[in-house]
Design a protein. Structure first.
Length: 236
């Protein structure tokens, strides 16, 4: 008997940056390499953790805004983005690591019969090599990047592409770390669980998620309880 019976068949989609993997050290490396040629000062690591979540172009735009240049020429943005992607791809897992306990939690969830996927606004051509470099790609049925769905998060189509179709059932949960993930799950009718140590501009405790966690060791039991509660709500 599984310790987590409600997770059998549950469709669990995970955000990537700031949820599964602490990618900020590599992101800040690539970001600073791409903006300093345009006269911007380097962005500190802790600041980048609050700027991630809407894609590489948005990250660069926010770096310009932070420097007091909210409307740079389009060509500067394009050139900075191309440089960012080249630098980042060349060292995609140099400094990035799974958060503590992630790999054990994924093993437990898969062992309980859950179906795991990745739902990320990172381009798939970056998300897949990152997870492959960290020997994590094989854990997931699908790795759905920004260009792999009809629209990216917070559009619910991204979530449904990641989990294999809609509508959302009681066992459909998005595990993320940001307001983007919250909005995605709510739009899809899925459960939402947020990681408190991830990347977001404000504390995720202010968003109204179904559950919060700060350690991956607690995640399987938390998800099992949430799916059970969602099943009971649908029966009532």
């Amino acid at each position: 008997m599984s310790l987590y019976p409600a997770l059998s068949g549950a469709r669990l989609a995970f955000d990537l940056d700031g949820t599964l993997v602490d990618t900020a050290p590599d992101l800040v490396r690539a970001l600073n390499a791409s903006i300093t040629p345009f006269g911007l000062d380097p962005v500190p690591l802790d600041d980048v953790r609050a700027m991630v979540g809407r894609g590489a172009r948005a990250l660069i735009e926010r770096a310009f805004e932070r420097a007091g240049r909210p409307h740079p020429p389009e060509q500067e943005l394009t050139d900075a983005l191309e440089l960012f992607l080249a630098v980042y791809r060349d060292g995609i897992a140099d400094l990035s690591r799974p958060f503590p306990g992630v790999e054990e939690a994924l093993e437990t969830l898969a062992g309980a019969g859950a179906r795991l996927s990745v739902c990320t606004n990172k381009p798939g051509w970056l998300a897949v090599p990152l997870l492959e470099a960290l020997a994590m790609a094989g854990r997931f049925e699908r790795i759905t990047g920004a260009e792999d769905a009809p629209a990216k998060k917070p559009d619910p189509a991204h979530f449904f592409t990641a989990v294999g179709g809609g509508p959302a059932g009681a066992g459909d949960i998005l595990v993320g770390d940001s307001s983007v993930d919250y909005d995605t799950a709510r739009a899809a009718g899925a459960g939402i669980v947020l990681f408190e140590l991830g990347y977001n501009e404000k504390p995720v405790s202010t968003l109204g998620a179904d559950r919060l966690f700060d350690a991956y060791g607690s995640l399987p039991a938390l998800l099992d309880g949430l799916v059970t509660a969602r099943q009971a709500l649908r029966r009532s």
